[in-house]
Design a protein around this ligand. Structure first.
Ligand SMILES: [Zn+2]
Length: 292
């Protein structure tokens, strides 16, 4: 049984569905790739766990990503997970490494994007961040963009990141599928879960401890693993978007254009001949026009 798993489940008495995720190996890979430590690792681990949890809420083939924007010194927080459980993440902090728990900036914005590979379509939901944890921000997202009462607990330490989410199952007419008090009752039970328990217990054990009176029905585990989709082709697309002039000035300065993938550290080196190929079919005056 792999350690990195996502389980969907239902609490049948309460009329609540949920998902629980635990990542060991994949999280250690992501953390090592970016040398993440301390509070920056903490918030990245939470985002990575959340990206896996959210794939359980929709039926799709493709990729779901989470991107926290405009959050002050937290310059970048991004995680994505595919429908078949390949995930990755990246975070960047400006200035000295943070010592305290990172709180999303009040002006921050949360984007959740679903790229559907089958229909080649893309859906993006955006909400302003409220609250001072990533869990608060995600709960607000589901409440406001999908009108779905949602509770989320996220946790991360050096060796593991984990998450648990609950959503009320609404029947037609908006009434709960469970008994009247179900949603409140499981909310109170969830509130007794400590981050430490979520990180150390097996998913089955966590659910049984919390919800033993709620008739827990667990779906088979989905295995998760770290993986990156970067490729030479994507790097070339990015360089093309930067424009010919920009690339030529880097070539003149450094002799080659070096690109290192932030997710997996794979290095792509293009010399002058490679760059010429990248721009072979681009009109000479086409470069700057593609700049934003
Ligand atoms: Zn990569």
């Amino acid at each position: 049984m792999p350690n990195d798993v996502l389980h969907r489940f239902q609490l049948e008495n309460a009329g609540v569905r949920g998902a629980i995720v635990r990542l060991d190996d994949a999280w250690r890979r992501i953390r090592a790739n970016g040398h993440y430590a301390g509070p920056l690792a903490g918030i990245l681990g939470e985002a990575v766990a959340a990206s896996a949890l959210f794939t359980s809420t929709i039926k799709f083939e493709g990729r779901l990503s989470i991107h926290l924007r405009d959050s002050g010194a937290l310059k970048l927080l991004f995680a994505d997970c595919t429908h078949d459980g390949i995930l990755r993440g990246v975070a960047r902090w400006e200035g000295d490494a943070p010592m305290m728990r990172i709180v999303p900036d009040p002006g921050a914005c949360l984007a959740i994007t679903i790229e559907n590979a089958i229909t080649d379509s893309r859906y993006q939901g955006l909400v302003a961040v409220e609250g001072d944890t990533l869990s608060d921000a995600f709960e607000g997202y589901f409440q406001r963009s999908e009108q779905l009462p949602t509770r989320i607990i996220l946790a991360a330490d050096d060796d593991c990141c984990a998450g648990l989410m609950l959503q009320e199952i609404a029947a037609t007419g908006g009434e709960s599928m469970g008994d009247e008090d179900g949603w409140n009752r499981v909310g109170h039970l969830l509130a007794t879960l400590t981050p430490q328990e979520l990180l150390t217990l097996a998913p089955e054990e966590t659910l049984l401890r919390l919800f033993h009176d709620e008739r827990v029905r667990m779906h088979p585990a989905q295995a998760l693993q770290f993986g990156c989709t970067c490729s030479r082709e994507r790097v070339e697309d990015m360089l093309r978007a930067l424009g010919r002039e920009e690339n030529e000035s880097v070539l003149a300065e450094q002799g080659s254009v070096d690109v290192t993938c932030e997710f997996c550290n794979r290095r792509y080196v293009l010399d002058a001949a490679d760059v010429a190929v990248v721009f072979a079919n681009v009109p000479t005056d086409g470069g700057p026009a593609t700049r934003h």
